[in-house]
Write a protein that binds this ligand. Structure first.
Ligand code: ZN
Ligand code: ZN
Length: 349
């Protein structure tokens, strides 16, 4: 089968590998119909977080996939071949300390797809087939009203944003740093969950235009100071919630001047370990810093899937391109270098 493989910094290959087989009675083999490229995949492409993930040249890529069941282990009673399914980005055991408390992405027996050996070393979803362990608890039957392309936002990005913003008080002012797929997903979900004014901060005009269409107030930080704009529209206080969807050195520190006292700063993406978080002013202001990178995706997937199926959440603006899996090297380059307006790219085997 064809599979997307990391070839070292800024190198992606499509290789022919043996198709995965059932290894345990609790496994399912999924024939992949669509798999999207995540911002995390782009970081792996650049090699910026690979040590932490134990991710090396030759490792398979992709953790956001959907497909059709090809083969089912003997102990799996709730799925059968031919069914459309979607997975979270990781598998969990359902029995450990964390699973019992609903924190399934912190499972003591967690295995993630296409994210390196430190995260369990499962095969990648950017492939023709993938083996899903513990499939009974992990997979979700896909609603027929959700397309394969749209289903690829369920394993991670849009479900993650929903989990992060759920419980937000209605009317909250929200500022989002970064209008890539994560930031746009945050804007969509904040709007759906009843936010007040949403500020979308970036300097790529094409991305700001998408945020504006989604109902956000765009702020181009090359042209105006986001702190001035946000404070001028929040009675001088700052936003109730600020989300960092950039995840680069310095971005989290840019979030603090935007948030009001006793507000919340959400770390919507990965925070580089070299980041020095300037904690003085936010601690004095009792700002809550909320990690949002790996919420319990599987628990939220049914609700987000229903919102998409019912037409209440539309992933279309996040998904800029659909390309054949064989063109993965070009797709990664487009996303990594933001060529041709690429936001998030779906690969189809
Ligand atoms: Zn992802
Ligand atoms: Zn567990």
């Amino acid at each position: 089968m064809k599979a997307v493989i990391y070839g070292g910094k800024a190198t992606i290959k499509v290789e022919n590998l043996p198709a995965p087989k059932l290894q345990s009675d609790t496994d399912v083999i999924v024939r992949v119909k669509a798999a999207s490229i995540c911002g995390t995949d782009v970081r792996l492409y650049w090699g910026t977080m690979n040590d932490m993930f134990g991710f090396e040249a030759g490792d398979p890529m992709g953790h956001e996939f959907t497909g059709v069941i090809e083969d089912v282990g003997k102990a799996v009673t709730n799925f059968k071949p031919g069914q459309r399914v979607v997975s979270p980005f990781s598998t969990h055991c359902g029995n450990c300390f964390y699973c019992e408390r609903g924190h399934v992405t912190h499972c003591e027996n967690l295995h993630a797809f296409g994210l390196g050996k430190a995260w369990g070393g499962l095969g990648g979803g950017q492939a023709e087939y993938v083996r899903v362990p513990r499939a009974e608890k992990v997979l979700l039957k896909l609603d027929d009203r959700v397309s394969d392309e749209h289903a690829t936002v369920l394993p991670d990005v849009l479900t993650g944003m929903f989990a992060s913003f759920e419980g937000m008080p209605g009317g909250s002012s929200v500022a989002i740093l970064g209008c890539g797929p994560t930031g746009l997903g945050a804007v969509m979900v904040a709007r759906l969950l009843g936010a007040g004014e949403i500020f979308a901060i970036d300097h790529h005009e094409d991305r700001l235009a998408v945020a504006r269409k989604l109902g956000a107030t765009p702020i181009n930080f090359d042209k105006e100071d986001p702190v001035d704009v946000v404070k001028s529209r929040t009675a001088g206080r700052g936003a109730d919630i600020v989300g960092d969807a950039v995840g680069k050195i310095g971005s989290i520190n840019q979030a603090f001047p935007l948030v009001r006292a006793r507000g919340t700063v959400m770390m919507l993406g990965y925070i580089d370990p070299k980041e020095n978080i300037n904690i003085g002013a936010p601690s004095l202001a009792h700002v809550l810093i909320k990690p949002c990178l790996v919420p319990p995706i599987r628990l939220y997937q049914p609700r987000v899937m229903k919102l998409i199926a019912d037409g209440k959440l539309d992933p279309t603006p996040m998904l800029s391109h659909t390309m054949p899996l064989s063109e993965a090297p070009q797709a990664y380059k487009m996303m990594a270098e933001r060529l041709d307006g690429a936001i998030k790219i779906v690969l189809k085997p």
